[in-house]
Write a protein that binds this ligand. Structure first.
Ligand SMILES: Cc1cc2nc3c(=O)[nH]c(=O)nc-3n(C[C@H](O)[C@H](O)[C@H](O)COP(=O)(O)OP(=O)(O)OC[C@H]3O[C@@H](n4cnc5c(N)ncnc54)[C@H](O)[C@@H]3O)c2cc1C
Length: 327
């Protein structure tokens, strides 16, 4: 069958990267706009359970690409397998979540097929004449550029965290089709070793539902426990603006922004953060933003849904107590 939009889902060891479902929502929405069908693909070994989970979504088909050489991610294995599936289902558009893995292999896959790929897109739309347009941020978020795909598909695009809402994925039922690609051992030129994290503290800000983020308003390292207590009361991950991580008050992996992580939690609480553009590009996809800042003109209030103008040393302890009481 010819699919209109193919969403490439990411799983590891049977656990989804949650951004995959944002991509699925985008695929469904775009397929409707194009008057076509949405499909999804998952790759790996022993992926029956995750494929079965996808079968409960409104899709024309779920493709389960099974192969021993796909047990662990490799750019060669993934590019070879997807190239073969794409040759069979002939999608017009192939969408990916903009994960580290996708950054690694999507350009390779698009290049193999001689097609264009737009990475880290924040929106997709269909222009007059039916051409696909991807919106991408330039100059650290200061400018949005419309990029129009020309020529025949498949067109490739990866989507920024938070650009689409995972909860908008429509439920339904879809047939699961197993697809066994032809991959020979020597074609996979790397052997993955054990996964490890470079930081001692394990944190996945991209998956966090609530984030308490702290900025230079906190004044010194000794005051960090104040926001740690607020994060603990909310069950939130702690994050920071760049000066906090540069100073070593929190580890680099907790930095949000253009040179840190892009996050899209349900709630982002910015404490003593001014809202510089390099910070905003990393968090403006958050569903609800609450800002605490003593300067009523701080730019963070321009993206905040709720603003508390006040001294964080007074507001944060009171807020922490109120949350504990409410629980
Ligand atoms: C190439 C490049 C890349 C960068 N990448 C990043 C990035 O990834 N992430 C990032 O965050 N930044 C990044 N920056 C830095 C960015 O430009 C800002 O300098 C930085 O975000 C400012 O951090 P801040 O808001 O914590 O500090 P400030 O701008 O100093 O703001 C502190 C805020 O705290 C408020 N405040 C002070 N005291 C109190 C109090 N008692 N109660 C309440 N509020 C108070 C002040 O009103 C102020 O608004 C980058 C810069 C460059 C040039």
């Amino acid at each position: 069958m010819n699919a209109t939009v193919l969403a490439v889902m990411e799983q590891r060891g049977g656990a989804w990267n949650p951004m995959s479902f944002e991509t699925l929502a985008a695929a469904q929405q775009l397929a409707t706009e194009l008057g076509g069908t949405a499909t999804a693909v998952v790759l790996g070994r022993g992926i029956e359970a995750v494929a079965a989970e996808l079968a409960g979504r409104q899709l024309a088909a779920v493709y389960a690409i099974e192969h021993d050489l796909l047990a662990s991610y490799t750019p060669d294995g993934y590019a070879l397998a997807l190239e073969q599936l794409i040759a069979q289902v002939k999608p017009r558009v192939v969408l990916f979540p903009h994960t580290y893995q996708v950054r690694d292999f999507m350009p390779k896959l698009a290049t193999r097929l001689g097609k264009a790929a737009v990475s880290d897109a924040i929106a997709l739309r269909v222009a007059e004449g039916g051409q696909l347009v991807a919106v991408r941020q330039l100059f650290q978020g200061k400018v949005n550029a419309d990029l129009r795909f020309t020529g025949d598909g498949p067109h490739f695009a990866s989507l920024q965290a938070g650009a689409y809402r995972a909860e908008r994925v429509a439920e339904g039922s879809a047939p699961v089709e197993k697809f066994v690609p032809v991959i020979e051992g020597p074609q996979v030129r790397t052997r993955p070793l054990e996964l490890f994290r470079s930081g001692e503290r394990v944190v996945d800000l991209g998956a966090a539902e609530i984030i308490v983020s702290v900025g230079r308003g906190i004044q010194e390292a000794g005051n960090i426990p104040l926001v740690e207590q607020l994060a603990a009361a909310l069950g939130a991950e702690l994050a920071a603006s760049r000066p906090i991580c540069d100073a070593g008050w929190l580890p680099m992996e907790r930095q949000v922004g253009s040179s840190g992580q892009t996050v899209a939690p349900k709630l982002y609480l910015a404490v003593g953060i001014s809202g510089a553009i390099q910070h905003l590009v990393g968090m403006k996809g958050s569903r609800t933003v609450v800002a605490i800042n003593k300067d009523p003109n701080a730019p963070i209030f321009e993206v905040a849904d709720y603003g508390i103008v006040g001294d964080l040393f007074q507001v944060v302890p009171e807020l922490t107590e109120a949350i504990k009481k409410a629980k």
